[in-house]
Design a protein around this ligand. Sequence first.
Ligand code: ZN
Length: 284
Amino acid sequence: MKLIRYGNPGQEKPGLLLADGRLIDVTAFTPDYTEAFFAGDALDGLRQWAATEGHRAPVIDPGTRLGPPLARPSKLICIGLNFRDHAAETGAPVPAEPVVFFKATSAIVGPNDPLILPRTSEKTDWEVELAVVIGRKANYVSREEALSHVAGYVLHNDYSERAFQLERGGQWVKGKSCDTFAPLGPFLATQDEISDVHALPMWLTVNGEIRQQSNTSNLIFDVPAIVSYLSQFMSLLPGDVISTGTPAGVGLGFKPPVFLKAGDVVELGIDGLGSSRQQVMASV
Ligand code: ZN
């Protein structure tokens, strides 16, 4: 299944993107895709409901705004420097253990919402990433058990203000958490939609020029390794989002570096997870 949410910001309703391209509303089955929804193993119920009742569900206008495909989670966790070529372009060594940081969940927006440059930002940068959505609570899970705790996958652009991240002291979180810095979607693909999550081409363009082009096969720490690793330090709750890191081609890696300015258009995609598009806007 491909889960979507639609409607105005903060008032999104749950839906599904069907194989024929139609969007349907599923509020007759669930009020939203929340922690409680994922914790209740409702994905199987939703699949059955869609098969039997889906034809009666309201069809959504394809021009409707898409929101992030899940309600605000308890955590948005990111893995840093998880591609060798990206570590090299930033001048950082390849990490011996996953580099872990947080992104404020208030940064989450819909896949095609504008990117608002933060006030005083001069170094806002892009990062196409595969993100994992937790299905069942995970505590101290093994690598072998890890995927049974995953609901599915979603496309993420881990926007980053490099000066806030690297030049202002402290942790990376300041450069990662600005409003609109985490577009998620267009949809959450359940695991059965993706035959091999470690063989997905990924790309990103700025104003139509290709900037990032790689494949999830190049992840240093793969999805089971990341889920198992994080679960040794914290409970991963249903609906939590884990972004797995970006390949080379970020603006910071250019010589000289290239950063976003108002009017730029960023487009990105991962095979099987759709594509998204953000227009860059000046700070408000
Ligand atoms: Zn990232």
